[in-house]
Design a protein around this ligand. Structure first.
Ligand SMILES: [Zn+2]
Length: 57
């Protein structure tokens, strides 16, 4: 998973939670070790696809 700010692949997972009603998707809080940027990803368990979350509900 690349940092959206600097493009580094050196990131750690700060928090990991399942998404309601979507048990195959895991929501992860990540932090870049290089620039300290934090961001959230939604990943499918199979394939680890990063899903854009532009809308809610
Ligand atoms: Zn970074």
């Amino acid at each position: 998973m690349r940092c959206p700010n600097c493009g580094s692949t050196k990131s750690i997972v700060k928090e990991k939670r399942p998404v309601k009603n979507k048990p195959e998707i895991t929501r992860r809080r990540r932090e870049c070790l290089v620039c300290k940027t934090r961001w959230t990803t939604h990943e499918l368990l199979a394939g680890k696809v990063d899903i854009p979350t532009s809308h809610t509900g």
